[in-house]
Design a protein around this ligand. Structure first.
Ligand SMILES: [Zn+2]
Length: 112
């Protein structure tokens, strides 16, 4: 059985950009690191504007993963996720500082 460390609040710098559609209304979303065209997928069939964009890690491309909010046809918010190494370093830094675990949310009130 897998064990889970306590959930932590961490701060990790991320690249983000608002990409506006070109004059023809169409636009290609590119990796915020290496500028390669992202391969887009829609994880939730009910949320067509919420996309995941992957930069393939071949041919000198970096392999970064992006989350994209493209509900507005005129522009898209593109956020490049930090590397797992950067996230692990932030968790370890947080633990080294002795930061307490994130408080758990209060249970929802019982329906009346
Ligand atoms: Zn890339």
């Amino acid at each position: 059985m897998k064990s889970t460390t306590p959930e932590k609040m961490i701060s990790v710098p991320m690249r983000a950009a608002i990409v506006r559609a070109g004059s023809n209304g169409a636009g290609t979303l590119c990796c915020l690191n290496c500028r390669a065209e992202l391969e887009l997928s829609q994880p939730d069939i009910d949320s067509p504007g919420r996309l995941v964009g992957v930069c393939h890690g071949c041919c000198n491309h970096c392999g970064s993963c992006h989350v994209i909010d493209a509900d507005d046809a005129a522009e898209a918010l593109v956020v490049m996720l930090p590397s797992f190494d950067a996230i692990r370093e932030a968790i370890e830094f947080n633990e080294a500082l002795g930061c307490p675990p994130r408080p758990t949310a209060a249970p929802a009130p019982a329906p009346s």
